[in-house]
Design a protein around this ligand. Structure first.
Ligand code: PLP
Length: 369
């Protein structure tokens, strides 16, 4: 099997992050080290900046943070919430954002949708119209439930409230689906590299609006490591505030080369097709999907382990074991829906052919249950 060629015995990742990293990316990741204040690094960052801007449809400088996504998520709260934040919640990651806001000492209120449902603009409107809030957090693709919230609808509504900072986690969707930062009027858009980018974990990519930078400049206690103003000042010089994971930046350069060689539209279309294959697999075995119809993610599939017509629920750990013995790792459900769901990722470099290999193995696993 091709994916085993670099490391013998490696189990290929089809969990929704970290996802499988290609040999090409690993080679770039292992480039010889350079100094992060030297011309070599500045040239490297300058080379990838226009591609990052094109990827996110923005004129703003795109930043690189050596942290996982939560670092930037917490940073956005510390930099932007002066009065009160509305944390939109519909799954494990978005639910946790409320906790993070509170731990940062901020006034925070939940807007809770049931797990499996998306966040809807009308609900946000009711809350923001109270005038209490100066920030809003939304997770575009809630990875725990496999729900993609309608970001266009939410962004259109948010334009009614220009003073509310619009903070969007696109950790498991950035680069796999179009996200036009400037047009959507987002204030902070962020992602970790180990999901749709298919890089190793440990770095986050994010972009801020001029309004976010202006708000941050007025905030006391925004700290240093995630100070948005520092990120902007340094990015203007093609640098990062502190020593970055330089290997990640090389890996990102390599990945952007892949992304633009394929073409953005082709990349988005490939994710739609590979995702459809997993949905078809689920339907073929009589499973329904966990998300509300019409809001299913395009980068992972959260399968409902409910009673199938004429069938029964499956032993998810056993299915995982059978699939793992054949060389692939799938996820057994997250948080309170562990075991009652399971998840399969089609993020990163997956093609119809590679998804076909996985789904054939999953077919075999179903026979063994
Ligand atoms: C994975 C994930 C996170 C957390 O990312 P870390 O890299 O662990 O910080 C946050 N939000 C979403 C939607 C995710 O999928």
């Amino acid at each position: 099997m091709k994916h085993l060629s670099l490391f013998m015995g490696h189990v290929k990742l089809h969990i929704p992050g970290p996802v499988e990293v290609s040999e090409k990316t690993f080679r770039a990741f292992c480039s010889p080290m350079i100094g992060h204040r030297g011309q070599g690094f500045k040239d490297l960052y300058a080379r990838i900046q226009p591609q990052l801007q094109q990827l996110l449809s923005t004129k703003q400088l795109v930043y690189i943070s050596t942290s996982s996504a939560w670092g930037v998520m917490e940073g956005a709260i510390r930099n932007l919430v002066a009065r009160k934040v509305l944390n939109c919640m519909c799954g494990a990651f978005s639910d946790k954002w409320l906790d993070v806001s509170k731990r940062c000492g901020k006034e925070a209120e939940p807007l809770q949708a049931p797990w499996g449902s998306p966040i809807r603009a009308t609900e946000i409107d009711k809350k923001l119209s109270t005038g209490q809030f100066d920030a809003l957090t939304v997770i575009h693709n809630e990875t725990s439930t496999g729900v993609m919230s309608p970001i266009g609808e939410i962004a259109a509504l948010k334009k009614k409230y220009p003073d509310v900072m619009f903070i969007v986690d696109s950790v498991s969707s950035m680069s796999a689906v179009p996200l036009k930062f400037d047009e959507l009027g987002i204030d902070v858009l962020l992602a970790g590299t180990q999901k749709a980018f298919a890089l190793p974990p440990g770095t986050a990519i994010f972009v801020c609006s001029p309004a976010a930078l202006a708000r941050a400049a007025t905030m006391k206690d925004r700290g240093y490591y995630f100070d948005l103003v520092e990120f902007q000042k340094n990015a203007e010089q093609n640098m990062t505030p502190s020593t970055p994971s330089i290997g990640h930046v090389y890996a990102l350069e390599s990945k952007l080369e892949d992304i633009f060689a394929e073409g953005l539209e082709a990349r988005y279309a490939r994710h739609r097709r590979t995702n459809q294959l997993v949905r078809d697999w689920a339907a073929k075995h009589g499973f329904t999907l966990f998300p509300e119809k019409g809001f299913e993610s395009l980068t992972l599939t959260c399968v409902n382990n409910g009673a199938r017509p004429g069938g029964r629920t499956v032993d998810v750990p056993k299915l995982q074991k059978l699939v793992k013995d054949a060389g692939f790792l799938i996820d057994g459900g997250y948080g309170k829906i562990k075991g009652t769901t399971f998840r399969v990722s089609n993020m990163g470099d997956e093609t119809e052919a590679t998804m076909g290999e996985l789904l054939a193995v999953m077919d075999g696993g179903m026979k063994g249950l």
